[in-house]
Design a protein around this ligand. Structure first.
Ligand code: GDP
Ligand code: MG
Length: 695
């Protein structure tokens, strides 16, 4: 019988927890959410021997057990609750040699909870460059713990760490500090009020409320025990921290020597340059431009290939299987739906490849620091920059990239406004409408058409910022967070960490958001390929009767158009006509608006079907569209209706895939629904005003 123990990796941000986690678990890991909130919960399994396995949890970074953020609260809730199924049999505190002293604060706190601990000192490979040497046996003695000196990068010390975990029964439970020395009389009171509880744990439960608010108190009802005011408790916490540092300083006096003369740091120049008031922004701008150029360039080929392959597969299915509803469902519903998911993979993979490299190298922290001042005015965070800019490729990876914004309010605002950014799926729609309604002339050497396109990008960005500022006022959230950015030193990214991030993000998208996307695709297919009454059923005979002189290709196109018109989708398009007529649209555009929901660029394809072009027909879609007349003889695509339509596409939430991702990232239907109606309302009003003014 093999036994499994719980191991928790705990430590300050950027000490290498995830790298150690990857070294221990390899690909034996999965990422889920903590219950009820969307903070990554990384778990994995490490096989220690034939009879012993470790379930390893990579906890969010935390500076101390005095929680000031959601992330820290997760760690504390776990450590205070013995009934939690993840409660650790062993706590591994990951520290790094360069910030050893600061890391030890958290270590001494966890020791005082009397949980079996192992201290990992990571980044051992940096010791010689930094002139650091450690007296490990002395430190083990003084800190009452086992120590593993590790380099996750060079994969050294990992085997020894595994041995230490295997022998978890031998780990010491002795605390580092005597908690009651913080305030002896108060702690005596505590002890007599709760004789069966561990003292330091009581102290944390009490002070936790002071810092963060409600926590799940489990079996400890300390609410009644109020002999100190909030400010007194805060003062005692500060005293605790000072006492801990006194202890740590004493230990390090003997346990650590740093030879400053050896600590030549070439990175200092790079640091100064990337944080510079002017060059900092310039460098960031160039890096961003290159990244997004690369995402466009590198993903277009695989995306075309995926597109073509799924189209072929769909054709092949229709040709091979006996024709019928099932084959149609498979070919046009399911295969097309899966294709609509897979097509996003290149963009997601490349974006996260670059993000992971920026994060791994330590550059991202500098950008966040640099941009934070600007973004904060709009209720956003320095970390919103990457999602907002990634939104120009596609809102889906962009929204997935908001995960590292710790402050929930800033993260939510970023998620809500990102879809205003002009994504690449809007481009085909913009291009065809612009070419139809915007005149050919030039202004200051720039063509009106190019200017319009640029304006649309600016409008999207402006709307995102404007709504962020508005939401910042409207949303009444308590979002307490200190702005602490870690400034890790520059490092060469570790391949393993980057690869695991990319794999994980892609998998999450395909299997989680993908489910919803597939379901809606099939729904849209059902609505488009079925219709009430006889006109849909008898489409082919009706069309054939009316068009005896046309060749078979043309008849087929007419049938497709006729069917679409009389399908449920067609009916929806027609029934919303009264609603969209004030914007300058007819029911054919209405159908396009509805099918756009599968993906915005589908608009063009839908119009192509409904105007039945292609094959031997000499007219292009553009010619067909410009020839389209209203009942009164005026053009359907006029300047007024064209601009109204452009603005509608700029602002409306017409992308079910984005909604699916928002649903996943906010863990509720509330926000995607608010987004759907809010954005569509804004789009409607603005398009209405535009059409009525220009007309
Ligand atoms: P976490 O925030 O604690 O999960 O830390 P990560 O595992 O993400 O690592 C933070 C940074 O430290 C990354 O840039 C890693 O490449 C780097 N890193 C991790 N382990 C080592 C190591 O042993 N040596 C060196 N030089 N760098 C490391
Ligand atoms: Mg990590």
């Amino acid at each position: 019988m093999s036994k499994q123990i719980n191991v928790a990796l705990i430590g300050n941000p950027n000490t290498g927890k995830t790298s150690v986690f990857n070294a221990l678990t390899g690909l034996n890991q999965k990422v889920a959410n903590y219950p009820g909130i969307t903070v990554d919960k990384k778990e994995g399994v490490c096989k220690l021997s034939h009879v012993l396995k470790a379930h390893i949890l990579d906890l969010p970074g935390t500076y101390s057990l005095n929680a000031s953020s959601l992330d820290e609260n997760i760690v504390i809730e776990l450590l205070l609750n013995k009934n939690n199924k993840d409660f650790p049999d062993v706590a591994i505190i990951v520290s790094d040699v360069e910030n050893f002293k600061r890391n030890l604060l958290l270590f001494t706190q966890i020791k005082d909870l009397e949980i079996p601990t192992i201290l990992v000192i990571n980044m051992a490979d940096r010791m010689s460059a930094k002139g650091i040497s450690l007296n490990i046996p002395y430190l083990e003695e003084a800190l009452k713990t086992k120590i593993a000196l590790v380099s996750a990068r060079k994969n050294t010390g990992i085997a020894y760490l595994k041995t230490l975990i295997s022998n978890y029964r031998e780990l010491s439970l002795e605390p580092c500090l005597n908690a009651s020395s913080i305030d002896p009389p108060y702690f005596d009171q505590l002890r007599s009020a709760f004789p069966n509880q561990q003292l330091y744990k009581l102290w944390l439960v009490i002070t936790q409320d002071v810092n963060f608010g409600k926590i799940n108190r489990q079996e400890m009802d300390v609410a009644v025990f109020k002999t100190k005011s909030k400010s007194d408790l805060k003062r005692l916490q500060q005293k605790e921290t000072i006492k801990r540092y006194q202890f740590i300083n004493n230990v390090l006096k003997q346990g650590q020597t740093i030879d400053i003369s050896k600590a030549k740091d070439f990175r200092a120049t790079l640091d100064r340059l990337t944080m510079h008031k002017f060059w900092g922004y310039a460098i960031f701008f160039v890096i961003l431009l290159s990244i997004f150029q690369a995402i466009y360039d590198w993903s277009s080929t695989p995306m075309d290939y995926i597109d073509a392959s799924f189209a072929q597969l769909s054709e092949w299915t229709k040709a091979t299987l006996p024709s019928g509803v099932f084959t149609d469902l498979l070919a046009d519903g399911i295969i097309a739906g899966v294709g609509g998911i897979v097509i996003f993979i290149p963009q997601i993979a490349f974006l996260f490849l670059f993000i992971a490299i920026l994060e791994e190298s330590g550059y991202m922290s500098r950008v966040v620091f640099l941009m934070d001042r600007v973004m904060r005015r709009f209720g956003l965070s320095g970390k919103s920059v990457i999602p907002l800019i990634s939104g120009t490729a596609c809102a889906i990876p962009a929204i997935m990239a908001t995960r590292n914004i710790e402050n929930w309010k800033e993260r939510l605002i970023t998620i809500l406004v990102t879809p205003f950014i002009t994504c690449s799926a809007r481009l085909p729609v913009y291009l065809i409408i612009i070419s139809l309604v915007i005149p050919q002339g030039r202004f200051l050497g720039l063509s009106y058409q190019a200017l319009t396109l640029m304006l649309l990008y600016l409008i999207g960005f402006g709307m995102a910022i404007l709504s962020a500022a508005t939401l910042n006022r409207l949303l009444k959230f308590r979002s307490k967070s200190f702005f602490v950015v870690e400034m890790p030193s520059f490092k060469v990214p570790m391949f393993k960490n980057v690869a695991i991030t990319v794999l994980e993000k892609t998998r999450t998208f395909v299997f989680e958001a993908g489910k919803i996307i597939l379901a809606i695709s099939v729904l849209i297919w059902v609505l488009a390929s079925n219709g009430p009454g006889d006109s849909f059923k008898n489409a082919s005979s009706i069309v054939q009767q009316e068009n005896v002189d046309l060749d078979s290709d043309q008849v087929d196109q007419k049938i497709a158009a006729y069917k679409l018109e009389h399908s449920y989708i067609g009916l929806i398009g027609k029934s919303i006509e009264p609603l969209i007529r004030p914007l300058g649209y007819d029911w054919k555009i209405g159908i396009g608006l509805v099918t756009s929901f599968a993906a915005r660029e589908v608009f063009v394809g839908t119009l192509a079907t409904i105007y039945s072009v292609g094959g031997n027909n000499p007219d292009t879609l553009k010619q067909k569209m410009s020839a389209e007349k209203r009942a009164d003889g005026s053009a359907v695509f006029s300047l007024a209706s064209g601009i109204s339509l452009l603005l509608f596409y700029a602002f409306a939430m017409q992308c079910m895939s984005t909604l699916a991702v928002v649903r996943r990232e906010t863990n509720s239907w509330k926000w995607p629904i608010i987004q759907l109606f809010g954005m569509t309302f804004i789009a409607y009003v603005i398009s209405l005003i535009a059409f009525q003014l220009i007309q």
